[in-house]
Write a protein that binds this ligand. Structure first.
Ligand code: NAD
Length: 303
């Protein structure tokens, strides 16, 4: 395998986390201790693993974590009350509500209840709108991590043609908005697109977020394209269970100039940017609380 083509998400995520840790230490010297509240409703096994990993990474980065494990029969009113309390608590900077939620809770209502400044997942409509207007708001962690990988790999993205495959609120749409903000020409391809393959073959940058194992092979790719594979699909193959992306890695590799593997590509970036968003939220809240002309305002600039 030509490893020079591999985009090493693990290494980039480790670098981002190390920087976050440094910045958190600097904030603590100013008397500010960033804190992330993680709420899990119910006992979904995958969600339990995600929450445990988020708490562990927060601790490693020096971010205080508060864990709220609510029973599967929690009512919407009870969840909204907890979110309201966390919104009002100045010692909490970020609130993460682990999805999916049990059926009795309306997801949009719960996500909209989180104060936009503490919305470290970037799902509140104020942050979604702010991103589409090109404002500096908290942005969803997975696409923000993809942007970091692209900027590391390609440098200036200005003028490049990017094709995003998938239009979910969590990945596809914010990805397209971030690429547009970085001055790419953006095409979004989805389940109703006509000849998605031909559209994709025009792309300098392909971001695949579909959820279909190995759907995108060499026929979808222009020679020299840069490919970011967001997909995480569990399949049974040769008698064992394994994770594969939305891109057929072996078919794509000879055609591309760079590609993320699965696992080890986009996956580690999501959690790294959750920590970075918590740091950004803490800095912004500290600035907002300080008097405009006060010397007490933290002077941290986040890299
Ligand atoms: P989703 O199911 O919400 O959206 C999938 C999108 O793919 C839809 O917009 C749909 O229009 C499009 N699509 C479906 N079939 C298509 C086709 N044949 N051609 C073109 N487009 C098609 O999924 P999602 O939440 O956006 O997640 C996508 C993938 O990314 C999943 O595998 C998920 O597990 C993975 N994911 C990974 C991370 C990470 O941290 N790496 C985070 C979120 C999601």
């Amino acid at each position: 395998m030509n490893s020079s083509k591999l985009i090493d998400g693990k290494a980039v995520a480790a670098r981002v986390l190390a920087q976050v840790k440094n910045d958190v230490q600097a904030l603590k010297r100013d008397g500010i201790e960033p804190a992330l509240a993680v709420i899990l409703v119910g006992q979904d096994p995958a969600s339990q693993v995600y929450v445990r990993n988020k708490i562990l990474r927060a601790e490693e980065a020096g971010i205080r974590s508060l864990e709220y494990r609510l029973s599967a029969d929690t009512t919407q009113a009870q969840l909204l009350k907890l979110i309201a309390e966390l919104n009002d608590d100045d010692s909490v900077n970020g609130i993460l509500l682990q999805l999916p939620l049990p059926a009795q809770i309306e997801e949009t209502r719960a996500l909209q209840a989180i104060a936009p400044g503490k919305d470290v997942d970037g799902f509140h409509s104020e942050n979604v709108g702010g991103l589409s207007q090109g404002r500096n708001v908290l942005t969803p962690c997975t696409p923000t991590g993809c942007m970091q990988l692209l900027e590391d790999t390609c440098g200036d993205l200005s003028g490049k043609h990017a094709v995003v495959i998938g239009r979910s609120n969590i990945v596809g749409k914010p990805m397209a908005a971030l690429l547009l903000k970085a001055h790419c020409s953006v095409t979004v391809v989805h389940s109703r697109s006509v000849d998605a393959q031909a559209l994709c073959r025009q792309a300098d940058i392909v971001v695949a977020a579909v959820g279909r194992p190995r759907m995108i092979d060499a026929r979808w790719l222009k020679p020299g394209a840069v490919v970011i594979d967001v997909g995480i699909n569990r399949i049974e193959e040769d008698g064992r269970s394994r994770l594969v992306g939305d891109v057929d890695f072996d078919s794509a590799l000879p055609h591309v100039s760079a590609i993320t593997p699965v696992p080890g590509g986009v996956g580690p970036m999501t959690i790294a940017f959750l920590m970075k968003n918590t740091l950004i939220a803490a800095v912004q809240q500290a600035h907002a609380q300080a008097q405009p002309a006060s010397s007490e305002a933290p002077c941290l600039s986040i890299s």
